[in-house]
Design a protein around this ligand. Structure first.
Ligand SMILES: C[S@@+](CC[C@H](N)C(=O)[O-])C[C@H]1O[C@@H](n2cnc3c(N)ncnc32)[C@H](O)[C@@H]1O
Length: 564
C-alpha cells in the first residue's frame, strides 16, 4: 500500500482508539518502514491543531472530494513542514490534489500559526509534552536503591526525602523514592537516562510504575516455579526474577518470536538467570509436564486494548480523535454522523468483547495447572470489559475453587481500587452494592495521566488464589464474611484444606511419622509464608525493601523494551 495511504489508515484507527501509536506503527507487521511511519504519525499529531486550521480555512476537503481528512493532514504536514516536501510521485492524483492549492495552503499556514500562537515550526507550546514522571526501577539483582541514589547525588541530582504533596512530578534536577514500590525511583518528566551508565549496564530499568504492580502483587517465593504466560517484551518477567533473587524457575511464554527475542535480550541484560523463554501459545501449554506440574504462581498480562497507555504523544491522539469525530459529523451530510458513530461504537464494543473472551480463556487455562495457587491478571486497559467484567466472569466460572485475594495482600496502601458499578451480578454470590464494593476493593486500578490521574499509565490488576483442592461446599465467599477478619479466616481455612489435601499422599504412614511429617510441613509452610510476606502486603504499607522485583512492560515497546 502507498505509504501515505497506510499512514492515513493508521491515523483513522488511532482516531477510533483501535490501538496506540507504537502498536499501530512499530508493532504493525504490515508496515515496512516502521521508523519512518512512527515519525510521520507522531509529527502529524503534534502539529494537528495548526494543520487542522489550515485544512478548515483553505476548504481543501470541499474542493478536493477524493482527499480524506487524515490523508490531507499527512500531505499538508510534509508539504508545509518538511523541506523535502511530499514524498510521492508527481503523477499521484492525491499529491496533485494538494499541490494545486500549494500557494493558498502556505498562506493559510502562516495565518494559522499566528492564530493558534504556534512557534515557528507550527507547534503549540507544550503540545508535545505530557508531564508524567520518569519512573525508574532499580534492578535489585545488581544494586540497591541506596547505591543508585548515591550515584545520582554524586552526578549532581538533588534527592528529595519525601515525594511532592499533593502528588506531582518532581521538579527539575530532583528525584525521590516511590512511596509504594521501594525499588522504584521517580525523576522529572522527560529525564533522558538512556545514555546513563547505570541504564546501559542494566541497573536501571525504565518502567512505568503501574506495570510493576502485577509482579509485586504475585510475589512468588524465591524457590517457586512460575509461569509468565504472555511475557514479552519481558519487564514483568525480569521483575519476577529480581523478586525471586534468580532462584526457582520462570517459564516465560510468548506467541510472538520477535517480541520474545527482545525479552531474551532484556532479561539477559538485567542479569536474570532463572528464565526459560518459550515461543508458544500459553493456551496450548501441557499442564502435566514435570516442570509445569510444579508451577505454583502464574502472571498473566495478556494482550489488551492498550487503552490505558499514554506517552508523551498519546494525549494528542485523544485530541485528534475528538476533532476527527467532530469533523466527521460536519462533513457527513446525509446522516449527520450518527450512523458512523454508532458503527464505530459497535466495532469497538465487539473488539473489547473478543479481547475479554481471550483474557478469560487465558486465566481459565492458568487455573488448570495442577499445583497453581496464585494468579495475577493484569491489563493496561481502562475499559471495564477487560477488567471488572473479566474478573466477574472468572469468579462466576471458577467459584468456589478460586477467589480474589483480598486487599490486605494486594497493594493495600494503593488508594485506587476497582469500580463497584462495573462488578456484575453473580447469582448467589454478588447481588448487593456491598458485595460489589467488596469485590472492587480486592482489585487495583490506575487512572492514566495527571493531574486528575495517577501520574502513570492506566492499569488494572486482580489476583486470584486457589481456595483448596477439595473445595468447598459451604465456604463463605470472602466478601460475605463478617469483616476483613473474615477474609483472613477464609485464608486460614484454605491453607488447612490444602494441608488436608496433601495428607492424602501421606496415607499409610504411621501416626507418629505422620505427626512428625505434619510438624515438618507446618515449619516449611511457615518458612514459605514468611518468604511470601516478606515481598508482599505488609511491605507496601511500610515501604520496606523487596516488594517483589521489577517488572512492567508495555505491550508496544519495541526496540528498547522501556516503558515509554
Ligand atoms: C501486554 S503484552 C505483555 C507485556 C509483558 N507482560 C511485559 O510486561 O513486558 C501481551 C503479550 O501477549 C502475547 N500473546 C498474545 N497471545 C498469546 C498467547 N496465546 N500465548 C502467549 N502469548 C500471547 C503477545 O505477543 C504480547 O507479547
Amino acid at each position: 500500500m502507498n505509504f501515505y495511504k497506510q499512514a492515513a489508515d493508521i491515523l483513522d484507527r488511532l482516531g477510533k482508539k483501535e490501538g496506540s501509536i507504537k502498536g499501530l506503527t512499530l508493532g504493525n507487521a504490515e508496515v515496512t518502514d516502521k521508523k519512518r511511519m512512527y515519525a510521520v504519525i507522531c509529527e502529524t499529531l503534534k502539529h494537528n491543531t495548526t494543520l487542522s486550521l489550515v485544512l478548515q480555512e483553505s476548504k481543501l476537503l470541499a474542493l478536493e472530494k477524493k482527499l480524506t481528512r487524515s490523508l490531507a493532514l499527512l500531505l499538508l504536514h510534509d508539504l508545509l513542514l518538511q523541506s523535502r516536501g511530499i514524498q510521492a510521485s508527481d503523477a499521484w492524483p492525491m499529491k496533485q490534489a494538494v499541490m494545486r492549492h500549494k500557494a493558498r495552503l502556505k498562506a493559510e499556514f502562516v495565518k494559522a500559526k499566528i492564530k493558534v500562537g504556534a512557534k515557528k515550526d507550527g507547534l503549540i507550546e507544550g503540545e508535545d509534552e505530557l508531564l508524567l514522571p520518569r519512573y525508574v526501577r532499580v534492578n535489585l539483582l545488581m544494586k540497591t536503591p541506596q547505591q543508585v541514589i548515591d550515584a545520582f547525588i554524586a552526578d549532581g541530582w538533588t534527592f528529595l526525602p519525601v515525594p511532592p504533596s499533593p502528588p506531582a512530578p518532581p521538579p527539575a534536577n530532583t528525584f525521590h523514592r516511590d512511596e509504594h514500590l521501594d525499588f522504584m525511583l521517580v525523576f522529572p518528566p522527560k529525564s533522558d537516562l538512556h545514555l546513563h551508565p547505570l541504564y546501559v549496564s542494566g541497573v536501571l530499568i525504565l518502567q512505568d510504575k503501574a506495570s510493576c504492580f502485577p509482579a509485586a502483587i504475585l510475589a512468588p517465593p524465591k524457590n517457586a516455579y512460575v509461569i509468565d504466560g504472555c511475557a514479552a517484551p519481558g519487564n514483568k518477567t525480569s521483575q519476577l526474577a529480581m523478586g525471586m533473587g534468580n532462584g526457582g524457575k520462570i517459564i516465560a511464554c510468548d506467541l510472538d518470536l520477535r517480541r520474545l527475542n527482545i525479552l531474551k535480550r532484556l532479561t539477559t541484560k538485567a542479569g536474570c538467570t532463572n528464565i526459560t523463554a518459550l515461543n508458544t501459545s500459553f493456551l496450548t501449554l501441557d499442564t502435566t509436564t514435570p516442570d509445569n506440574s510444579k508451577v505454583s504462581h502464574i502472571l498473566l498480562d495478556p494482550s489488551c486494548s492498550g487503552s490505558g497507555i499514554i506517552n508523551r504523544l498519546d494525549h494528542l491522539v485523544d485530541a485528534y480523535a475528538e476533532e476527527q469525530e467532530q469533523a466527521t459529523i460536519l462533513e457527513t451530510t446525509t446522516t449527520g454522523g450518527a450512523a458512523e458513530r454508532a458503527a464505530a461504537e459497535e466495532k469497538k464494543k465487539e473488539r473489547l468483547l473478543s479481547l475479554g473472551e481471550f483474557q478469560v480463556e487465558c486465566v481459565s487455562k492458568a487455573m488448570t495447572f495442577p499445583n497453581v495457587r496464585k494468579i495475577s491478571y493484569s491489563t493496561c486497559s481502562i475499559y471495564a470489559e477487560e477488567n471488572e467484567h473479566v474478573v466477574t466472569t472468572l469468579l462466576k466460572k471458577h467459584w468456589p475453587t478460586w477467589k480474589l485475594t483480598p486487599r490486605a495482600k494486594v497493594l493495600p496502601t494503593w488508594h485506587r481500587r476497582g469500580y463497584p458499578s462495573e462488578v456484575c451480578d453473580i447469582p448467589g454470590l454478588v447481588a448487593t452494592d456491598e458485595d460489589r464494593a467488596k469485590i472492587a476493593d480486592c482489585v487495583v486500578r490506575a487512572v492514566p495521566g495527571g493531574p486528575e490521574g495517577d501520574l502513570m499509565n492506566g492499569f488494572f490488576v486482580a489476583c486470584f488464589e486457589r481456595v483448596g483442592k477439595n473445595s468447598l461446599p459451604g465456604l463463605s465467599p470472602v466478601w460475605k464474611g463478617p469483616s476483613i477478619g473474615g477474609i483472613k479466616r477464609t485464608h486460614e481455612e484454605a491453607d488447612e484444606m490444602d494441608d488436608t489435601t496433601t495428607d492424602a499422599a501421606t496415607e499409610g504412614t504411621s501416626p507418629a511419622k505422620k505427626k512428625k511429617k505434619n510438624k515438618k510441613k507446618k515449619k516449611k509452610s511457615a518458612t514459605t509464608n514468611s518468604e511470601e510476606t516478606s515481598v508482599t502486603a505488609g511491605d507496601f504499607a511500610s515501604t520496606a525493601a523487596g516488594v517483589g522485583g521489577e517488572g512492567g512492560g508495555v505491550e508496544d515497546d519495541e526496540a528498547s523494551g522501556d516503558d515509554e
